[in-house]
Design a protein around this ligand. Structure first.
Ligand code: FES
Length: 120
């Protein structure tokens, strides 16, 4: 992924260790709800809108490599967003960086796509 279409935003989370392992945390960045989750030593970010019916991932949990939505227990791969079990729903994965001054997420500049998907 080229970085020219991305603008990096602070999340307000200072350290990855501030996130509870496997527990999604909702933050608002640039007017968007983002789900941050630390799982097995890595921080992941997804748009906090389940592709199934639009629920927040808040209250969900991690299983294997998947984030499970609490509404109907569908799982989405933390790295790719693909639905567990091969469904067509796909969560929007957002680039995340851990920097000395905190966690940043990379949001597409208006009108551009990330990983081939339009974010909003
Ligand atoms: S809204 Fe997330 S699984 Fe249905």
């Amino acid at each position: 992924m080229g970085g020219e279409g991305i603008r990096w935003h602070r999340t307000g989370v200072t350290h990855a260790g501030d996130l509870q392992e496997g527990v999604p945390a909702r933050v608002h960045v640039a007017g968007k709800a983002i789900c941050l989750v630390r799982w097995k030593g890595r921080v992941h970010a997804l748009l906090d809108r389940c592709p199934h019916q639009g629920n927040s991932f808040a209250g969900g949990w991690c299983e294997g490599e998947h984030l499970v939505c609490p509404a109907h227990r569908k799982g989405f791969n933390l790295a790719t967003g693909h639905s567990r079990g091969g469904g067509t729903d796909r969560a929007t994965v957002i680039p995340v960086q851990e920097r000395p001054d905190g966690l940043y997420v990379g949001l597409a500049r208006s009108g551009l796509k990330i990983f081939g998907m339009r974010l909003w």
